[in-house]
Write a protein that binds this ligand. Structure first.
Ligand code: HEC
Length: 210
């Protein structure tokens, strides 16, 4: 093991032990303890495999992340429709997909089961027992695309294509009476759909939440 490698392993060991942030005699004691560990660490062990010498950078390990590597993680769709992908799906196709992959948990008409109720409840938000659904509660339709693409079906998240997510989101909106049976759903239609509870949320005025 080269001296520089040993320093690095020592640094990693110290960082892992959480002692780099503290100071004084405690650091010295921990450093000699970690030094003993570092000396015993040989190439091929877990600690030395974390060192990537091909990308020295500032700390001598790690590597630049490419746009291509970030892409699959960067799937946020915003309430205003930003980042909705191209593609589309019909409510009819969404109906078939919902029956096959969603109804077992959410009920055939989105009435709920082991999964949340997805439809109805309009006008109940101020009642003693509000019924919170996509239709009664969610302020933005694009969020529905994000949620389904990211998390549903619960047993196989991110298994649907974008077209399928548009289709099944369309069917959930249809179950809430917000689109028509023969509609085709795409980025523009989700973005332009005014959800019943669009204006039901207020900004939190407390200064510490900004
Ligand atoms: C295995 C059961 C299961 C299946 C299948 C399933 N879901 Fe879900 N779904 C859940 C559960 C449980 C939750 C609540 C998750 C939570 O609150 O963390 C949920 C939450 C949701 C929500 C959010 C509801 C809300 O108001 O917060 C939506 C929308 C949704 N599912 C849509 C779908 C769609 C569309 C499909 C089919 C593609 C599907 N789900 C398939 C179990 C399931």
């Amino acid at each position: 093991m080269r001296a520089s490698d040993r320093n690095l392993v020592l640094t990693l060991a110290l960082a892992t032990a959480g002692v780099l942030a503290s100071s004084g005699p405690a650091v010295a004691a921990a450093a000699s303890a970690a030094g003993a560990t570092a000396a015993a660490t040989e190439p091929g062990t877990a600690a030395s495999r974390t060192v990537d010498h091909t990308h020295p950078g500032k700390y001598g390990f790690g590597m630049p992340v490419t746009a291509r590597q970030i892409e699959p993680w960067n799937i946020n769709v915003f309430g205003d429709g930003r980042n909705l992908p191209p593609g589309s799906g019909t409510v009819m196709a969404g109906h078939k997909l919902f029956d096959a992959q969603c109804a077992s948990c959410h009920g055939a008409k989105g009435e709920g089961g082991m999964g949340d109720r997805l439809a109805g409840g309009m006008g109940t938000l101020t009642a003693a027992k509000p019924v919170l659904t996509v239709g009664s509660y969610w302020p933005y339709a694009p969020t529905l695309f994000d949620y389904i693409r990211r998390a549903m079906p619960l047993n196989a998240p991110q298994s649907l294509s974008n077209d399928e997510v548009y289709a099944v989101a369309g069917y959930v909106l249809f179950l809430n009476g917000l689109v028509k049976e023969h509609d085709r759903i795409n980025a523009a239609s989700l973005k332009n759909l005014k959800m019943p509870n669009r204006n039901g949320f207020i900004e939190d005025p407390r200064p510490d939440v900004r």
